[in-house]
Design a protein around this ligand. Structure first.
Ligand code: NAG
Ligand code: NAG
Ligand code: NAG
Ligand code: NAG
Ligand code: NAG
Ligand code: NAG
Ligand code: NAG
Ligand code: NAG
Ligand code: NAG
Ligand code: NAG
Length: 275
């Protein structure tokens, strides 16, 4: 063995041992963050994991900023706060990165009220709203109502002055007319694929209850999850983290390409650029 070959051999075995040490650390004492951020159940059988995290149960580094859920409301459903209103969360799909929400005011509904608790919702930029349109809920309207607005009336059988008089989709030909004839209105996001052809009370409650679907583009968690890690986010450096059994990694728990190739014998040392 000449000098240069010896050098390569030593480098190779050093790397090999280094890789073995990296791998063996995996099975040693469990990592704190890896334990802390395991998926948790949140009522409803919903499996909560990255990018969501549960306020008060998990630390914010288990999720992505803006994805905090509250699982301790009296009604038992997980909620997310979209500025202005609390929304009940259902049908989280981690594979299509989407979830459905509806305004929690719906839970307070009886046949005697028209959800006066609904307030203006600001849609946060953390999410995409591919299939969302807006519904105007109007009150303090001109009496008597112009004829062309009467079909949008939502009468709740109560004299509650806070209830809505009209519900009109923003795309409706009469939405501007409605806004001009009513002193107060709030904007409620609704499903764009709801029934557009029916107006009035019955449909209004259905539309609000159906809610709408949001999707997200927060960091892709699949590489990390497939390698046995749980995803997280370090807000102080604003960076995705993969919490692995040994320690936090940047993308996944797999050893680097170099190590896995060396260990599987796929690559000979003289093919590597080791100097
Ligand atoms: C929750 O999701 C994790 C990861 O996808 C999975 O390992 C776990 O079995 C799920 N738990 C339940 C109760 O569905
Ligand atoms: C969750 O909601 C409950 C009930 O409204 C409230 O008392 C609690 O402070 C909320 N938790 C968090 C972490 O916001
Ligand atoms: C959505 O969630 C509701 C209530 O949690 C459930 O009844 C319904 O089957 C779910 N739909 C889908 C498509 O998962
Ligand atoms: C529902 O009603 C309860 C009790 O009247 C009230 O505390 C709560 O704020 C209401 N929820 C909403 C979303 O308006
Ligand atoms: C609401 O009205 C429907 C029929 O109009 C009735 O079946 C239902 O029991 C009523 N619910 C309450 C809470 O009064
Ligand atoms: C999510 O929303 C964006 C834009 O709103 C859209 O381009 C994308 O196709 C949506 N993703 C899915 C899976 O629907
Ligand atoms: C939006 O609606 C279209 C058509 O119904 C559907 O294919 C798509 O998956 C929906 N996107 C979301 C994010 O729900
Ligand atoms: C409704 O209209 C009346 C009279 O025009 C006004 O005094 C009142 O402040 C209005 N209420 C709201 C909530 O705008
Ligand atoms: C709701 O927001 C719209 C604009 O987005 C505004 O014109 C309206 O006055 C707001 N309503 C209330 C009750 O603040
Ligand atoms: C986040 O990054 C800071 C600075 O590098 C570090 O001190 C901290 O331990 C990290 N926290 C997590 C949860 O990764």
């Amino acid at each position: 063995m000449n000098k240069s070959n010896m050098y390569t051999f030593l480098t190779s075995s050093d790397l090999f041992i280094f890789c073995l040490i990296l791998l063996s650390r995996k099975s040693s004492a469990a990592d704190y963050w890896h334990e802390e951020c395991q998926p948790k159940n949140c009522g409803n059988g919903l499996n909560i994991t990255f990018p969501f995290y549960i306020q008060g149960v998990q630390e914010s580094y288990c999720g992505y900023p803006g994805f905090e859920l509250n699982c301790t409301k009296g009604h038992g459903y997980p909620t997310i706060r979209l500025p202005g209103n609390d929304y009940i969360v259902e049908n989280i799909s981690y594979s299509s990165r989407s979830f459905r929400v509806y305004n929690s005011a719906v839970l307070n509904t009886s046949n005697r009220t028209c959800l006066p608790q609904i307030r203006n919702t600001t849609l946060p930029t953390a999410f995409n709203y591919a299939n969302v349109t807006l519904l105007y809920l109007l009150s303090n309207c001109t009496k008597p109502l112009p004829d062309d607005l009467s079909r949008y009336q939502v009468s709740c059988g109560s004299e509650n002055r806070d209830d809505w008089d009209l519900a009109i989709r923003d795309k409706d030909e009469n939405s501007q007319n409605g806004l001009e004839n009513c002193k107060k209105h709030v904007v409620a996001p609704v499903d764009a694929h709801g029934d557009d052809h029916e107006n009035g009370m019955g449909n209004y409650m259905k539309i609000i209850r159906r809610g709408f679907v949001l999707n997200w583009t927060a960091s892709d968690c699949s590489k990390c999850q497939e390698s046995g890690g749980v995803c997280g986010f370090n807000t102080s450096v604003y960076q995705f983290k993969c919490f692995c059994p040994d320690r936090p990694h940047s993308v996944s728990c797999m050893p680097g390409k170099l190590c896995s190739h060396l260990l599987s014998g796929k690559v000979l040392i003289n093919q590597l650029n080791c100097t």
